[in-house]
Design a protein around this ligand. Structure first.
Ligand SMILES: [Cu+2]
Length: 328
């Protein structure tokens, strides 16, 4: 009974995990599609064999004497007990290794390289030129052009993290002192959620990010915008916000290119207003959530490296948040 129950549960699991957001069952790129194929072959093959074994066990327990004699024949025992598992398991091994090798070998010459460094508990992202020198830095978001292979260099600044965007690729650990490589390929434009997949401390669950796949022209426009320094605010309210940012030592931890703020401890904020989310996928990005984060970051993500700043008046907080939101 319990065997049957666990089998039913097993059949249900994929359907529970089905969904629009962040799912390995809905591949949207070459590598993810290959992984999904391997998974289905193993799952369906395993299920068929499981059913066959249960039927044989049923015959052995409840069959007539004649049926049981058939089961006890030496050919069946050697064939079903030795030859079949050896052949099937070897074939599956070769199949999954071969697919894995294709998956690494294909797209062998990536045109774009992005470095992603796991931090407690967010993602430092650096776009690199063809010689591997950084073009600019951003955080918690990767933009990639649709249909092209992007190589992601994965590192860690502290503990082991793991980089996983289920709709686009497999999961690879980010290990301190070591560089792992992963190919990202998106077949269609979209916003794909990723998640740290290796427990890395108290706020591990709030260490997510987004991969935004765009058509080449939009992507190129984004790239050239990111390389620019921050916009000079025209509005006095935004200028006040910038002054507050500079006067309250936000720049000790954050960089805003084009200002004196050049801190390296926290995410780079030069174009923070254009990102999909803040605090590593924890909150949507708008002036309200930015204000909430500044005044209550320790309530939202306890233990993270940014202190809560509760010295600001409502007006000051609004100006500060509006300034950051304006950094598109
Ligand atoms: Cu992590």
């Amino acid at each position: 009974m319990s065997v049957l129950f666990s089998f039913l549960l097993l059949c249900l699991t994929p359907s529970l995990a089905w969904g629009e957001m962040q799912s390995a069952f809905e591949p949207k790129g070459n590598n993810a599609a290959e992984i999904a194929d391997i998974m289905w072959v193993l799952f369906v093959g395993g299920s068929l064999i499981f059913v066959a074994v249960i039927i044989l066990a049923g015959i052995a327990l409840f069959g007539t004497n004649a049926q049981r004699h058939v089961l006890a024949r030496q050919e069946l025992i050697i064939g079903g007990g030795i030859v079949f598992p050896v052949v099937t398991l070897s074939a599956l091994l070769v199949y999954s290794f071969a697919s894995g090798a294709i998956h690494i070998g294909r797209n062998a010459a990536p045109q774009e390289r992005i470095e992603v460094i796991g931090e407690l508990w967010w993602w430092r992202v650096r776009y690199l030129d063809s010689r591997g020198n950084p073009l600019f830095e951003t955080a918690n978001e990767l933009r990639i052009p649709v249909g092209r292979a992007i190589e992601v260099l994965l590192k860690s600044g502290d503990v082991i993290h793991s980089f996983w965007v289920p709709n686009l690729a497999g999961k690879i650990d980010m290990i301190p002192g070591h560089v792992n490589r992963l190919q990202l390929h998106a077949a269609a434009p979209g916003v794909y959620r990723g998640q740290c997949a290796e427990y890395c401390g108290a706020q591990h669950a709030k260490m997510a990010f987004y991969v935004i796949a765009q058509e080449q022209t939009q992507y190129d426009a984004w790239l050239s915008l990111q390389a620019q320094p921050a916009l000079e605010p025209a509005d006095p309210f935004l200028l006040h916000g910038r002054q507050l940012f500079l006067d309250n030592r936000c720049g000790q931890c954050h960089a805003v290119r084009g200002t004196q703020a050049a801190g390296q401890i926290g995410p780079e904020l030069t174009h923070v207003g254009g990102r999909h989310a803040i605090a590593a996928g924890t909150l949507p990005n708008n002036s309200g959530t930015i204000a909430g984060w500044i005044s209550g970051s320790q309530q939202i993500k306890p233990g993270n490296r940014m202190p809560s700043f509760n010295q600001f008046s409502g007006e000051e907080l609004r100006a500060l948040a509006a300034y950051l939101e304006s950094l598109q």
